[in-house]
Structures are given as C-alpha cells and as structure tokens.
Design a protein around this ligand. Structure first.
Ligand SMILES: [Fe+2]
Length: 270
C-alpha cells in the first residue's frame, strides 16, 4: 500500500485536524494520483463548464471524505493493474464495486449518511482476501466461482478445505498490514457473520446486506432462502425488506448511468 494512501487513511475524520493544504501537499507528492483525481473530478463528479485544473479546487468541491475514498479507490485499482485480467478478476472487481455502491446507498436509505464514505470503501475492499487466494491457487479458486458470495460461511469453509485459511481471515490480515483503520479490518474480517463482534457493527451490517444483494439483483423477488439470510441484518439495521425491492427494480439501471461507476469500471477494467 503506497505511503500517500496510508497516511490519508489515518488522518482524522474531521477536517479541523488536517487542513486542506496539508492534504493537498500530501496528495501532490504523487503526481500520477493527482492527475487521476483531477480526471475523475472532471469527468465523473462535477458537470462544470470550467475544467478543474487544481487539486485544491477538487478537494474543496468534493470534501475530505470523498477525496479520501477516491484516493483509496485509485490506489486499489493501481495496485492490481498489472494483474492479468482473468474471468475471476473481472468478477471480483465487478462484485466489489457494486457492493460498494449498494452499501453507500443503504446508508442513504437508512438515513445514516455519516458513514457513507466508509461504507463505500469497506464495500470495495471487503473481499480483498480473495485476491491473495487467487494468487495462491488460481485454478482452485476459479472452480469456486459458482458458489462464491452466494453464502459467505460456505465460501469460507471451502477455502479452508482448499487453502487452510479463508478470505475473511486473510482480508483482515492484509488490511492490518496496510495499517488500515480498524473499521475496514473488521469489515473484511467479519462481513457475512451473524455474530459480529466489532464495534463497527452498523457498517459491517450494511456491507453484508449489500454483499447479499449483489447475488439477487437480477431476480424479481427475494427467495425464502435469501430472506432468511437477510433477516438478522435487516433486524439490526432497521431496514425493511420492502425497501430493498428498489435494488432489484431500478438500482442497476441507475448505476449504469452513474458517471462515477462508469469511471470505476474503466479503472478496474471490468
Ligand atoms: Fe466475502
């Protein structure tokens, strides 16, 4: 994990502690990153007549938290850009991106917008442990594609049989080794668990609901099995099943028109 990204992540949440100029000078240390931020800011986020040419303008328009997510998004896409684009690679980032966008939307739906940027990033990286398993045994993992993410516990079980470890455990370890804040380590380590121990249960619950929803987006309704899977998480979050119908009805159509999503698809080559 590059230095700039790690430093930005550990900055305090509110901007009182870090001035815009500090953030600007930190990001400027990486010219490639700066250029990409400006590109996304111009093409995806703001339909402005005038081009945004300065990082400072982008930061003040988007706000600290959104810039932070963007830096992490760009860093993650960069880290894996040399990897061969296999069917699993495409599937992985497609799933991760959609999870991120749904998790963020769930924050809006439940009126919990305070953690929407964190939800986005946690959603994007929740399965990052799978990346290291692919490295370990590409063929074995490709064979698991059918069942992956259908049921989190079953996926982890199969991984332990094949590799002696699972993507939740590895995901947490990877995040910790990158010095990520605990909220992201916990999301990688505990998503899909019905017995979440982390103090960030709210965020992990949104990520889990988003994770489950990605598997049923193209269906007309929620099967009894999926409803059962969702129940403990809906109960905790206060979100009602009827509110999730939106994701099957129109979310993907709207997402395809979302400029940031389009930009992300290019970044992750999916
Ligand atoms: Fe997972």
């Amino acid at each position: 994990m590059p230095d700039v990204a790690t430093k930005i992540l550990t900055f305090a949440e509110d901007l009182d502690e870090v001035s815009f100029s500090e953030l600007e000078s930190l990001i400027s240390m990486d010219p490639g990153l700066t250029a990409k931020i400006l590109k996304v800011a111009n093409s995806a986020l703001y339909a402005r007549q005038q081009q945004i040419t300065r990082l400072q303008t982008a930061i003040s328009l988007m706000g600290f938290k959104a810039i932070k997510s963007l830096v992490m998004l760009l860093t993650a896409s960069n880290m894996f850009s040399t990897k061969k684009v296999s069917p699993f690679y495409k599937y992985f980032w497609q799933h991760s991106l959609v999870t991120a966008f749904i998790a963020q939307k769930l924050c809006d739906i439940s009126g919990n917008t305070r953690i929407r940027e964190e939800c986005f990033l946690a959603g994007l990286l929740h399965d990052i442990g799978q990346m290291s398993l692919i490295e370990e045994g590409n063929k074995a993992y490709d064979g698991m594609m059918e069942i992956i993410n259908q049921k989190e516990d079953r996926t982890c079980e199969m991984e332990r049989e094949l590799f002696g470890t699972d993507h939740r455990f590895l995901g947490r370890k990877i995040m910790e080794s990158w010095n990520f804040p605990s909220i992201y380590c916990d999301a990688a380590g505990e998503h899909g668990s019905v017995n979440i121990q982390s103090p960030h249960k709210e965020l992990i619950t949104y990520v889990t609901i988003a994770d489950i929803l990605t598997t049923v987006l193209h269906e007309f309704d929620f099967s009894p099995e999926v409803q059962q899977q969702l129940t403990p998480f809906l109960k905790y979050s206060g979100i009602r099943l009827e509110q999730l119908k939106y994701f099957q009805d129109s979310f993907m159509i709207e997402l395809k028109d979302n400029k940031l999503f389009q930009e992300c698809k290019i970044l992750f080559r999916v």
